[in-house]
Ligand binder design. Structure first.
Ligand SMILES: C[S@@+](CC[C@H](N)C(=O)[O-])C[C@H]1O[C@@H](n2cnc3c(N)ncnc32)[C@H](O)[C@@H]1O
Length: 350
């Protein structure tokens, strides 16, 4: 059964907002869009773009041929972007609980299928709830990548949502989300404000509670790929939220249950091969692991697993295993192997 908050969110996205111009804050906005994405977005239907309410770039590289699940797919902007990126052999499933949003997304399937030159649609939009993905018929271990753009803050049961994500991901699969987070717990009176909630602010998780939640469900390491302080841009709402700071964070995590809660040193070295589409010179796993093409980097056990036991493995050469242990990994900047310039590489994410 739907909660009152879910009904209010459906009302907000299904009936109150018609386009981005109706938003009352600038929490839902996206900058730093990669060139490859901009070129595809230029091919999307105007209605899909006008009803985009995302807050970041929630689409990782190396998705060709993948099955990707978009939680809270809205008008379908990221799902259509992914439809092009996964190629004709890939598959994109958008899930949303708001019928009006699904109707917008569904009416452009055929146009985009033809525009991308596909024989059959590779994208579909299903009604369902992100807290229980069985409502959208998503089986266990069936998805390579889960994306979500400015949605999980709206969930009334975030633990259930994250448990579902790691149920449906295949082993080694990636969660890649952009979402709104806060620097403290949001007072109940603000959580009850339907506009603040609908605008993706007052449902935001305190970052430390997010870390605790992931740890509680067995995800002991996750990485930030981007962070942006949100400016609200509405004096009335700024007055209500007072000193709370909101951030759009882009987070990546993997279904790798053996990751540890601290970065441990097993003497492993990873070299990026420069083969990820759109990333010939370097690949940033997170905000402090920038792998330069061809340059060996000492990495902790968790990072070695993230690039060596996932779909990124074909793009990396990882030397060493975890049979030896050299203590805690130095989380400060770690020099590239054999280089003098210690600022060239990052430490681990613990
Ligand atoms: C801020 S909009 C973002 C839409 C889309 N990701 C985008 O970037 O344009 C939030 C969307 O999430 C959907 N949503 C919110 N809570 C949901 C839930 N519990 N289950 C399924 N969909 C949900 C809403 O219906 C709405 O379409």
């Amino acid at each position: 059964m739907e909660t009152l908050t879910q009904q209010q969110v459906q009302e907000y996205y299904g009936r109150q907002l018609r386009t981005q111009d109706d938003l009352q804050t600038n929490a839902c906005c996206t900058d730093d869009i990669p060139l490859e994405h901009r070129q595809i977005l230029a091919q999307l239907e105007p209605e899909v773009l006008e009803k985009y309410y995302g807050c970041g770039v929630a689409v990782p590289p190396a998705v060709e041929g993948c099955t990707v699940l978009d939680l809270g797919s809205g008008s379908g902007r990221d799902a259509y972007l992914l439809s092009k990126l996964v190629g004709e052999q890939g598959h994109v499933i958008g899930v949303d609980m708001t019928e009006e949003q699904l109707a917008v997304a569904r009416r452009h399937v055929q146009a985009h299928t033809e525009r991308f030159g596909y024989q059959q649609p590779n994208v579909e939009f299903r009604h369902g709830y992100i807290e229980d993905l069985r409502t959208a018929n998503i089986p266990d271990n069936s998805v390579d990548v889960v994306v979500s753009n400015c949605v999980i803050n709206l969930s009334t049961d975030k633990e259930a949502t994250y448990r579902e994500i790691f149920r449906v991901l295949k082993p080694g699969g990636e969660l890649h989300i952009s979402d709104v987070f806060a620097d403290r717990r949001i007072p109940e009176v603000l959580r009850q404000d339907p506009v603040l909630y609908g605008e993706c602010l007052s449902g935001a998780m305190y970052t430390e509670d997010f870390r605790r939640l992931l740890h509680h469900i067995g995800i002991r390491d996750y990485r930030l790929t981007a962070s942006r302080l949100l400016t609200i841009g509405n004096p009335e709402i700024e007055q209500k939220v007072g000193n709370i700071k909101f951030y759009s964070l882009t987070v990546r995590a993997f279904k790798l249950p053996h990751l540890e809660d601290r970065c441990e040193d097993h003497g492993q070295v990873a070299t990026y091969l420069g083969t990820l589409p759109g990333h010939p010179h370097a690949f940033s796993l997170d905000d402090h692991h920038r792998f330069e093409t061809g340059r060996p980097m000492l990495v902790c056990g968790n990072t070695a697993a993230m690039v060596g036991e996932t779909r990124y493995a074909t793009h990396f050469r990882v030397i060493g295993d975890q049979s030896q242990h050299f203590g805690l990994f130095d989380c400060g900047p770690s020099p590239a192997v054999g280089a003098d310039d210690a600022s060239a590489a990052g430490g681990c994410g613990c």
